[in-house]
Design a protein around this ligand. Structure first.
Ligand SMILES: Cc1cc2nc3c(=O)[nH]c(=O)nc-3n(C[C@H](O)[C@H](O)[C@H](O)COP(=O)(O)OP(=O)(O)OC[C@H]3O[C@@H](n4cnc5c(N)ncnc54)[C@H](O)[C@@H]3O)c2cc1C
Length: 440
């Protein structure tokens, strides 16, 4: 810690214990990062979370397997990796996905997934004529194609370039994997391609112990730093004097600055009563159906991507430590686009089918869990809203001392990168605001 929290002088000059200066609502990764960032600047911090800490980054144990509540990959070189490392989280333990022998799945059957040099030529996913132009059309996955206006959708941009057929379907599938979003007509092309390029060039890491290892490490730092974690839910947040009062199930909590890290814009808006108008322009959340399998042997194909169906499969363990030796954790997923009403049982069967194509024998499945319509991100960066640049800033407009953090906030990154980047900024700004209040 670089500074101790200050006490506040009472009216008769005696020093009284410091009031809670920064309150953080929500104990997911964003809340924990915001709390630590504020504490590091010397603020006294209380964090409110009625559930076990971690939010969507919680990891569960099932019969010797570690399940992440859907696939979780840390984007290498992204803001999450940088900030978490700075906060003392070991983000280096784990491994990269193994894409050798990866499959592309179409309604016709399975093909070799075109990954690596000359892959477009070797695959039977593309026809002979398609192969000729494939490299040019797929180059934006590897190299910056130059400026693209943030309000141009991925679909519109691909139309302009004349990218069609299987090559287009493959590129859209690569964007789905990187953004967890199946919405080419809504997603900003600039953001979609930036994220896909980051995944393809810098790579991702599956963490030993899953995202739960991030949560455990942040919690241990929070406890050591003296952050008070209270197992209560916030019910409302409103002005009180020059600061803020949070109504909770356990009575009111006063704070000079508040960070709302409640997961998505809807939960944050509910707490403050009226959302700023800019929040209504946010894109819809991205959702996914997830099947997690603990299996007795590593399947023959460790990665598979639906090309004309929005499905994904990846063996997360090995490389990451999430399963007993010789066993594997396989994540299978369907990116659910807005209006996707495939019933949970049909979706689960579809995902089991993908697992079978990758070589998972039904008898090898020792543990399984199906999670339908998990919210992957609070608001997708749409072209209509100017992409990530159009997301709300951490400081809530016209509400001094009120901040938001999450994967729908701030101009930086997507998914956990956005959650951590906005949380770090929000925590620091909240501490600065509380410092101003303390000296006023
Ligand atoms: C299936 C799936 C796959 C994903 N894969 C990846 C991936 O591979 N890579 C990546 O970078 N990201 C991925 N993500 C996204 C990443 O997990 C999230 O961006 C990140 O965990 C969000 O953290 P958060 O703290 O902002 O929100 P959350 O984790 O949602 O935390 C919000 C917390 O606020 C609490 N809360 C809400 N209301 C209140 C209240 N009134 N009072 C007190 N507490 C409250 C909730 O209980 C919750 O614990 C994935 C997400 C999902 C669902």
């Amino acid at each position: 810690m670089d500074a101790e929290p200050r006490g506040r002088a009472s009216s008769d000059g005696r020093s009284e214990p410091a009031a809670t200066r920064v309150a953080v609502v929500g104990g997911g990764v964003a809340g924990l990062v915001a709390a630590l960032a504020a504490r590091r600047l010397g603020a006294t911090v209380v964090l409110l979370e009625p559930h076990p800490l971690g939010g969507r980054a919680r990891t569960d144990r099932r019969g010797g397997f570690t399940f992440n509540r859907g696939p979780r990959a840390l984007y290498r070189g992204g803001r999450a990796e940088v900030v978490l490392r700075e906060l003392g989280v070991d983000v280096a333990r784990g491994g990269a996905p193994i894409v050798r022998g990866a499959l592309a799945i179409t309604t016709e059957g399975t093909h070799r997934l075109p990954v690596g040099p000359l892959a477009s030529i070797a695959t039977d996913l593309f026809g002979t004529r398609e192969k000729l132009g494939a490299a040019r059309h797929l180059l934006p996955l590897l190299r910056d194609p130059g400026p693209i206006a943030p309000d141009r959708s991925l679909a519109a941009w691909l139309d302009e370039r004349g990218t069609g057929g299987r090559v287009r379907a493959f590129l859209e599938a690569m964007v789905r994997v990187a953004t967890y979003t199946d919405a080419p007509h809504e997603l900003s092309a600039h953001d979609a391609l930036t994220q896909a390029r980051r995944a393809a060039t810098s790579g991702v890491r599956y963490l030993d112990g899953g995202f739960g290892s991030i949560v455990a490490s942040l919690l241990s730092s929070a406890t050591e730093a003296g952050i008070s974690v209270r197992p209560v839910a916030a019910r409302a947040v409103g002005h009180e004097g020059g600061g803020w009062r949070i109504a909770t199930s356990d009575g009111p909590i006063d704070a000079d600055a508040v960070v709302l890290a409640t997961g998505g814009p809807t939960a944050a808006a509910r707490l403050i009563g009226e959302a700023p108008p800019s929040w209504s322009r946010l894109g819809p959340p991205a959702r996914a159906a997830c099947l997690e399998l603990g299996v007795a042997r590593v399947p023959s194909h460790r990665f598979a991507l639906g090309i004309d169906r929005p499905t994904y499969l990846s063996v997360h363990a090995p490389p990451a430590e999430l399963a007993p030796a010789g066993h594997a954790v396989v994540h299978v997923m369907r990116y659910r686009r807005t209006g996707d009403d495939l019933a949970p049982e049909a979706s689960r069967r579809e995902l089991l089918d993908v697992a079978r194509l990758a070589g998972v024998a039904p008898d090898d499945i020792l543990e399984q869990r199906y999670l339908d319509a998990m919210e992957v991100t609070g608001a997708i960066p749409t072209a209509a809203n100017g992409g990530v640049a159009g997301r709300p800033s951490v400081a809530v407009a016209h509400q001094r001392g009120l901040f938001v953090a999450g994967d729908w906030v701030g101009p930086e990154g997507q998914l956990l990168d956005a959650a951590v980047a906005s949380a770090h900024t929000a925590g620091r700004q909240a501490a600065a605001r509380a410092g101003t209040m303390a000296t006023a």
